[in-house]
Design a protein around this ligand. Structure first.
Ligand code: TA6
Length: 278
């Protein structure tokens, strides 16, 4: 098991790997996981046009939306955590796996956007078959704070038309594309043939992503909602940091706390996350 500081496309990062050669890379920028390789196969999608410059939002991997998901508030889209430089805090390697913890706290800049003191810790843990990402938030201020959050996970897929997600049947969802009243998912299996942007509320914590013959099991902890997103042809064309055909090779399945914001009193802490099993 090794944990080393590396430069990933000129951006400071931590690479964690297991004795059998499985590996993950997490950038200090946004504490964003940008690579997870199992048996040499990359399981996360990172756009070849992603902008890794300081302050930018990186298209791919696992951007962390915090303290706001999407436009559900007055902050910039998906909050500020994904645009900030995080600090490496600690690492651990034992027979259970290897993990790295990155931290972020308030700065005058974040307080100008969101007037709260907080400590965020993102733990990335790797075993031979799993990648776990856990977010911990502590309210270090004197007044209550509330946030929404999501692990905006871009899975790499071979062909979006062969992708299926199991586990969402009978779940209430909001369709951001149609923008109608909430509906209930009637399908056993969600498939893709058009732009899809949905928030499923109180979803099952266990979903399965099928990509042709390969599978990833997704388990969420204390993140009750699930976002499913694929921009499809036209939206992909409009995105400067995604190749025109990029939508074919990605699907976002995002564990989050969206419908019901998390509220923490002064001194209180919260933890939530997801485990991906190849
Ligand atoms: O999580 C889905 C979503 O909120 C979509 O509405 C979509 O536009 C996307 O995230 C990407 O957001 P970004 O700010 O990274 O371009």
């Amino acid at each position: 098991m090794t944990i080393e500081s590396i430069s990933f496309k000129n951006s400071p990062a931590i690479r964690i790997s297991t004795a059998s050669g499985q590996e993950a890379v997490v950038l200090l920028h946004g504490a964003q996981v940008v690579s997870w390789k199992v048996n040499g196969e990359e399981r996360l999608y990172l756009s070849e046009k992603a902008d890794l410059a300081a302050g930018a939002a990186i298209r791919g991997g696992i951007p962390l939306c915090f303290p706001q998901f999407s436009t559900l508030g007055s902050l910039p889209m998906h909050g500020f955590a994904r645009n900030k430089a995080w600090h490496p805090a600690s690492t651990k390697g034992d027979t259970q796996g290897t993990s790295a913890v990155l931290e972020l706290s308030e700065t005058p800049e974040t307080r100008a956007l969101w007037p709260h003191n907080f400590k965020a810790a993102l733990t990335v843990s790797l075993t031979d078959t799993t990648l776990a990402v856990q977010l911990g938030i502590t309210n270090t201020g004197n007044a209550p704070l509330s946030f929404t959050t999501a692990l905006h996970t871009y899975f790499r897929v071979k062909d979006i038309s062969e992708v299926a997600i199991d586990g969402l049947k009978d779940t209430r969802y909001h369709d951001k594309v149609a923008n109608l009243a909430d509906q209930t998912e009637p399908r056993d299996t969600v498939r893709f043939s058009e732009q899809t942007d949905r928030v499923y509320y109180d979803a099952s914590p266990d979903l399965t992503l099928h990509d042709g013959s390969s599978r990833i099991a997704i388990h969420a902890d204390a993140m009750p909602d699930t976002v499913v997103w694929n921009p499809w042809v036209e939206r992909a064309r409009d995105m400067i940091d995604l190749p025109d055909d990029g939508y074919k090779y990605m699907v976002c399945i995002e564990a989050g706390c969206i419908g019901q914001p998390v509220t923490l009193d002064a001194g209180q802490s919260w933890k939530g996350g997801q485990t991906l099993k190849a």
